[in-house]
Write a protein that binds this ligand. Structure first.
Ligand SMILES: Nc1nc2c(ncn2[C@@H]2O[C@H](COP(=O)(O)OP(=O)(O)OP(=O)(O)O)[C@@H](O)[C@H]2O)c(=O)[nH]1
Ligand SMILES: [Mg+2]
Length: 396
């Protein structure tokens, strides 16, 4: 895949789209990443960070009612909880715990991300992470454009997308399939759904919501193995509380244990064929680059065509002009020829010659006036021939 990547990176240098260039770099870097990457995806406030915390059994990631997560937070395996943040001045800050996330990875009062943060990594002890899984907590979509862009550019570099649904306001099938089209167009075909906030519904509504969620998920199975469900019900906050208290029964009831064990199975199942998950991303980027470069080349192509058309028109105009000159010249040469013909010359000089004979000055006249006229005639003929040849060559 390295050779394809090299070509893709080379082509990405030629695009006028910064987004496409950075996507190409990100996908190529992703191809070399040995970890199995899982990201949570949803609009803000859907409980993404709470779900990951419930999985980790720790309140490691910042959670709050307002839009919170401000950058992609990558959670990797580590014996102790530790956070490392790299900034664009090349500095790296590492601290035990995750308190520094508040400073670097949480949206500010204006719901904006910090622009100087390059990467945020949290290390955490968990069996899934110990297997080489990376969990990625993403900012919510549907709030600010910058977050949307960051989220979508991250999704192309993950092996499994966990889409968190809010049971209180399920997407319409149209909304979900629009998103699914976006994912498919980028070669992302492995995603699962987590239905959150069912604990806040009235019992009688739960059945109906669960059945709608099932039909949504059923329509959007993607490339998940047939023996695996792509829909899980997890009450994220009760799950987190139960996990932190060590209350296994409550954790079980929240749905987090079933979700965790199935996530483990999905990773085991998809990991051996990881290149089949990743290759389509490369092909999708290649297609986007192709379209972008073709679109960029189009105005150039039109310009060349226009220039060629103008050149042809100029040649035609020149040809027409030369033809006119040639015809006019031919006509004047004909006149000149007539004027120079021996008979016309004789006619013109007959009376002069007769008079010179009478005056016995014929010799003088012949070597003087007549000789001069003959020389002029010869010169004019020679010039006419040369000029004619030149015009012939020009118009050939
Ligand atoms: N009652 C209840 N509250 C929940 C549940 N899951 C999450 N919450 C709460 O919902 C709020 C948002 O949760 P977050 O985990 O921060 O949501 P998020 O999707 O990560 O939000 P952003 O980072 O802003 O995109 C928090 O106050 C959570 O405590 C749940 O299952 N039940
Ligand atoms: Mg969050």
């Amino acid at each position: 895949m390295n050779a394809i990547c090299e070509r893709i990176l080379y082509a990405s240098e030629l695009t006028d789209s910064d987004e496409l260039r950075s996507d190409a770099e990100a996908v190529c870097e992703y191809l070399g990443n040995p970890a199995f990457r899982i990201a949570v995806f949803a609009p803000f406030n859907h409980g993404k960070s709470t779900l990951l915390n419930a999985l980790l059994g720790n309140r490691a990631l910042p959670i709050a009612l307002r839009p919170t997560t401000g950058t992609a937070i990558v959670v990797k395996y580590g014996k102790n909880i530790k956070t490392c943040v790299r900034t664009n001045d090349g500095a790296e800050v590492c601290e035990n715990g995750t308190d520094i996330l508040k400073k670097f990875a949480v949206l500010d009062g204006d719901r904006c991300m910090r622009e100087d943060v390059v990467s945020v990594e949290v290390s955490c002890p968990h069996s899934l992470l110990a297997k080489g899984v990376e969990l990625i907590d993403l900012p919510g979509t549907d709030d600010m454009e910058a977050q949307n862009h960051l989220v979508y550019s991250q999704l192309i570099t993950v092996d499994l997308v966990v889409q968190v649904l809010d049971a209180r306001k399920l997407f319409t099938l149209g909304e979900v399939s629009k998103l699914q089209d976006w994912l498919m167009n980028r070669g992302i075909t492995t995603s699962i759904f987590v239905l959150n906030f069912m604990n806040l519904l009235e019992i009688e509504d739960c059945k109906e919501v669960a059945s709608r969620a099932r039909s949504l998920a059923g329509e959007l199975r993607g490339d998940l193995p047939n023996n695996m469900s792509n829909l899980y019900r997890v009450d994220a906050l009760p799950a987190l509380r139960a996990r932190m208290k060590g209350d296994v029964a409550a954790a079980n009831q929240s749905g987090i244990l079933l979700f965790e064990s199935n996530l483990d199975r999905i990773v085991d199942n998809l990991s051996p064929g990881i290149e089949y998950i990743r290759l389509p991303r490369l092909l999708a980027i290649r297609e986007q680059l192709k379209q972008n470069l073709l679109a960029q080349a189009q105005p150039l192509e039109t310009e060349v065509q226009n220039a060629d058309r103008d050149r042809q028109a100029a040649i035609e105009r020149l040809r027409g002009g030369v033809e006119q000159v040639k015809n006019a010249f031919k006509a004047s040469m004909m006149n000149l020829g007539n004027w120079l013909s021996v008979s016309a010359l004789l006619d013109r000089y007959k009376s002069e010659a007769a008079k010179a004979l009478e005056d016995e000055s014929f010799r003088n006249w012949e070597t003087g006036v007549f000789q001069q006229a003959l020389l002029e005639r010869q010169g004019a003929s020679q010039f006419g021939n040369e000029y004619f040849c030149l015009v012939e060559q020009l118009t050939r």
